[in-house]
Design a protein around this ligand. Structure first.
Ligand code: AVJ
Length: 309
């Protein structure tokens, strides 16, 4: 398994780092160290999305739980430790099943065990899967009413066409009757930049960790100090982009290739889209969904949209 993952990382890095605009996929951020750094990011004073979404989920837990019919299932994409789901379940749930989908099998199964102990009336059906690809839901879920749950504004990492495909695939699930989508909202640029370039440098470490990972896992020799973290605001579509900027002209070995960098040349590592209620409705509409309710916080920093077919 490790070898397959390594060869996928290597193929992806070779393709991305030989493109005119060098790029790496944000999915490679999340090794053990990267996941810990992301956890630290969610606690930073500048990083408002996690705590704001949590407050929206807490304030509207009853409404959100009620979107799932009795006997139905909540299906979460990229469930991790199911922290946000617990906020909903703790409000009291009447639906029958929870289907957490995550790429990390060990983590998924450990979480499922924990949830079974804590919510004994809920049937837990974990699925190992990557939400950027089509997902096969368990056959035991055929004919059961389903509501998708995709919090965290993770949708914003996807290219607009890929975000629409993901929502359209969920729209085709057998028995689907709703989708709960978390999305970060456009706001003044300084607040957005601060959220992705914190004063403690945790986000910089998180971004640079992708180079450490290439060094450790696919025999690259990046000089980590030779790159700096950058967060930029870009329009059309509205987004923050994270880049790693080469501080000097340099060459780096990656497996059998040599990758050259000009001074100031960047590797684009992540895009984080920021939505308006209109752009969010528009994206949902293109995937065959309608916004039933747009829940937000009092400062309108973040949105949790309830979508219906
Ligand atoms: C996990 C994709 C929602 O875009 O805000 C945080 C990732 N990157 N800081 C985001 C992230 C830098 C995060 N998502």
């Amino acid at each position: 398994m490790k070898d397959i993952a390594n060869s996928e990382l290597l193929d992806d890095a070779l393709a991305g780092l030989t493109a005119p605009q060098k790029h790496l996929s944000p999915k490679w951020f999340y090794d053990r160290r990267g996941s810990e750094l992301f956890e630290q990011i969610t606690q930073l004073p500048e990083y408002y999305p996690t705590r704001t979404e949590a407050s929206i989920l807490r304030a509207n837990a009853d409404t959100l739980v009620d979107t799932v019919p009795d006997g139905g299932a909540l299906v979460e994409l990229g469930s991790g430790a199911s922290v946000k789901t617990r906020t909903l379940l703790d409000a009291g749930h009447h639906f029958a099943s929870y289907v957490p989908i995550d790429i990390s099998e060990d983590f998924l199964l450990a979480t499922a065990k924990d949830l079974r102990a804590r919510y004994p009336r809920l049937a837990i059906h974990p699925v190992v899967g990557d939400f950027t690809a089509p997902i096969d839901l368990p056959h035991s879920m055929d004919g059961i009413a389903k509501v998708g749950f995709f919090p965290g504004s993770t949708i914003g990492n996807l290219e607009p066409v890929d975000a629409i495909s993901l929502l359209a695939r969920a729209r085709d699930w057998n028995g689907v009757c709703g989708f709960i989508l978390g999305a970060d909202l456009v706001k003044p640029i300084p607040a957005l930049i601060a959220a992705y370039d914190d004063t403690q440098g945790v986000t910089a470490e998180f971004n640079l960790n992708i180079l450490r990972r290439l060094n450790a896992e696919v025999h690259a020799n990046f000089d980590i100090d030779g790159f700096t973290h950058q967060a930029r605001w870009c329009e059309n579509p509205a987004r923050i982009e994270m880049h790693l900027v080469s501080r000097k002209a340099q060459s780096v070995r990656l497996d059998s290739q040599v990758i050259t960098f000009a001074e100031g040349e960047t590797i684009h590592t992540e895009s984080c889209r920021k939505y308006t209620p209109d752009s969010l409705s528009d994206m949902a509409g293109k995937a065959g969904w309608q916004v039933e309710t747009m829940l937000t916080d009092d400062r309108e920093q973040f949105a949790v949209a309830v979508l219906r077919p």
